[in-house]
Design a protein around this ligand. Structure first.
Ligand SMILES: *Cc1c(COP(=O)(O)O)cnc(C)c1O
Length: 431
């Protein structure tokens, strides 16, 4: 039975229904978890057709699985994408996008402000595989344009920057990408499609760590890659996995056979069949459950974060907070344009007492947990300069709002007065 497709319906309806429907075999209303690695073929012909990409169908769960496919349809619907490919982590999502788009000798433009794990991955891909990132000076569209070279094959940025919460001018950067015939890749983890849908602003590829808001409860590791289906791969004359024949599939040219889902198809063939980081059906199920409450959760995440950030900004022991949705903050105008209800749940706070105060503030918290995750229902704190961003140089840390005096907070769904009481009591213990 084809899955229920409420693509014309509202975002909250799609969050509950898109990509799933009553199970054809049993009538089960919740998406069943298909814990099987293989699927029985109906005939030799069907087996051969699936292997040659002449027919679609399930064969082996590394490449596709019904529970994982339901999650892919759901997130594609929420992002307004033509197709999505779920993978085993957010790191894998970023990796597969880069490896599908580029080969050794290619370069790309990357925002200078990215999640620490992405920066580390980019370093290793440069030194070991000759994929060169050209980092932007700042976050404006002009900064991205200035970093483009003849070898550039993609532009990579985050919609809301981890950890400082800055909101990126996606439409401006998308216009630069279009002018130069480059695909724009947006990591939308910190916004989630409930706050920002980058494809509506011109992005071509959207990636997520589904370990964060999409699953929402801090229980799973996963990632997903969404294909807007709009980029003119054929016209570009580049991107050989998309535009040149695959000998393994009888000379299949992905951009000819799958014009609307070329990138997702190439990612699945190369990324999942060859490289192999498939998502477990259990994690797909948990993430589907998370997406059902995403719009509601994001409202509360934003209102709690705004209240806690506002309290901290006005506290005498605090030097500054980076939450751009507060009046008078840097980046306020862009934040209000893209996310009028608040720039998500993650921001940094700098203590006047320097690194020791920052470390003591974290250990003095009772309700807010000291751990490395972000974007879940529980509130979390960490010291980026000695953990997630330790590999950055000092000036890079300052630019990313993660100096020694800085704490990253991810604000959860607790009662806001309890969160404020917790940060207040921890600040009160500082000298
Ligand atoms: C967490 C995160 C990742 C990596 O995701 P994992 O699921 O932890 O592998 C990538 N990008 C951003 C912005 C993140 O916050």
């Amino acid at each position: 039975m084809p899955p229920f497709d409420p693509s014309a319906l509202g975002f909250a309806t799609r969050a509950v229904h898109a990509g799933t429907g009553p199970d054809a075999a049993t009538g089960a209303r919740a998406q069943p978890i298909y814990f099987t690695n293989g699927f029985v073929f109906e005939s030799n012909e069907q087996a051969a057709d699936i292997f040659a990409m002449r027919a679609t169908g399930f064969s082996y769960s590394r490449g596709s699985n019904p529970t994982v496919a339901a999650l892919e349809r759901r997130v594609a619907s929420l992002e307004g994408a033509k197709a999505a490919v779920a993978v085993s982590s957010g790191q894998s999502a970023v990796l597969l996008v880069m490896l599908t788009l580029m080969q050794s000798g290619d370069a790309y433009v990357a925002s200078s402000r990215l999640f620490g794990g992405s920066l580390g991955l980019m370093r290793r891909l440069e030194t070991r595989y000759d994929l060169t990132p050209h980092f932007t000076r700042g976050l404006t569209p002009e900064d991205f344009e200035a970093a483009i070279t003849p070898k550039t094959r993609a532009i990579v940025c985050e919609s809301i920057v981890n950890p400082c919460g800055a909101v990126t001018d996606l439409a401006g950067i998308a216009a630069v990408a279009r002018r130069h015939g480059l695909p724009l890749v947006v990591d939308n983890t910190l916004a989630s499609p409930a706050l920002i849908r980058p494809i509506e602003h011109g992005a071509d590829i959207v990636v997520h760590s589904t370990s964060k808001f999409l699953s929402g409860s801090g229980t799973v590791i996963g990632g997903i890659i969404c294909d807007a289906g709009r980029f003119d791969w054929k016209g570009s004359g580049r991107y050989n996995l998309i535009n040149e024949p695959w000998p393994d599939y009888d000379g299949l040219v992905v951009s000819e056979k799958f014009p609307e889902t070329s990138f997702a198809t190439a990612c699945r063939l190369f990324g999942l069949r060859d490289l192999g980081p498939g998502l477990s059906p259990m994690n797909a199920f948990l993430t589907l459950t998370g997406t059902e409450t995403l719009p509601l959760r994001m409202e509360r995440h934003c209102s709690n974060a705004r209240a806690v950030a506002g309290f901290l900004r006005d506290h005498p022991k605090v030097a500054w907070v980076s939450y751009p949705s507060l009046p008078g903050q840097p980046g306020e105008e862009t934040a209000n344009r893209y996310v009028p209800n608040g720039a998500g749940a993650i921001f940094t706070v700098a203590l006047k007492g320097g690194q020791q105060a920052a470390l003591d503030f974290i250990t003095g918290l009772d309700l807010i947990s000291h751990l490395v995750n972000i974007g879940e229902i529980k509130s979390l704190a960490i010291h980026p300069a000695t953990t997630t961003h330790r590999q950055l140089r000092d000036e890079e840390r300052a630019a990313a709002f993660v100096g020694p005096e800085t704490v990253r907070l991810s604000i959860g769904l607790e009662s806001v007065e309890d969160l404020i009481a917790d940060v207040a009591q921890s600040l009160a213990k500082l000298p």
